[in-house]
Design a binder for this molecule. Sequence first.
Ligand code: ATP
Length: 345
Amino acid sequence: MDVKVSNVVKEFANFPALNEVSLNIQSGELIALLGPSGSGKTTLLRLIAGLDQPSSGRIFFGEEDASHRTVQERNVGFVFQHYALFRHMTVAENIAFGLKVRPASTRPPKAEIRRRVGELLDMVQLSGLEKRYPNQLSGGQRQRVALARAMAIEPRILLLDEPFGALDAKVRKELRRWLREFHDRTGHTTIFVTHDQEEALELADRVVVMSQGKIEQVGSADDVYDHPRSPFVFSFIGESSHLPVEMTGGKVVFDGLPIGIDDAGEGRKTLFFRPQDVQLTAEDYALFGKVTACRRLAGTRIAEIDIANGGDAHHVEIEVPLETPVALGSDLRFRPTRWTLFDRS
Ligand code: ATP
């Protein structure tokens, strides 16, 4: 099922939680809504679910304007971070719940419900545990029950709010892989909220990067990491440093001196680069500064450098090959090998 969000605004007591948001999701896509706390991810998910109404704008499911449809009419499945399984019900009863509470006219017969529950248990790899109660399951198992319960009503769209938020790193990783396989098998349109960029980049077909109630960029993991379209996206995804520079005659100039790289454009810019996209150099035209700290990561080393610019100090981080000795307090000269310039107003 395609989902189209068109110019949606959501205000809470005059506070714009979503500001003119538009988004086209294709049937069968796995989409991550990624952004810092308060950026509007959950608000957008709730509007798509029908748990809230937009202040203005519209939401389409396929060709149909679903803006004023109820949750039940929209037929979406959702799972929230604090997955509330019914404690007094077994795994099988939890999964069957959404079907059992349907009005008699649309409720499947008992045998059909039992068959469907069995199928779902298989799918989430919990066969054999159907008689257990939630307190007899691990966190990851409970989360899979919650997913099976959401799937039981055969939703047109699956909406997940921080689905793995409450779990430890190892279980999160396993469930991520599992969700990807599950999605590929069932072909549902799935939208999940996360503030974990690794989760978004690893799992999603496309990532929707949000900030302050707006969509900053929509793209594949490669798009948003390799071609960030705004300073926000560049800083939010992956590690990066930035410096204020001037463009004069095609040269990038920092603190009055060309730093040995050329680009298009004129005027005041901000230069963004990633720690791994630099090379050390002995040449005059380069950036230079004092090493204030150094930390070893698994396969590499990151040097923190203070670059003085008149009265201002700028802090940047660069990767240094393990075999290069780096002493605290020493000077390093380097140049970005890949970078992006954004206009500075
Ligand atoms: P988090 O990662 O912390 O869950 P989020 O990106 O999901 O954040 P939302 O929950 O969508 O953010 O909230 C967006 C903004 O709207 C926040 O500033 C929040 O305080 C505000 N907001 C959300 N729900 C309400 C509400 N019911 N009443 C008033 N303000 C709200």
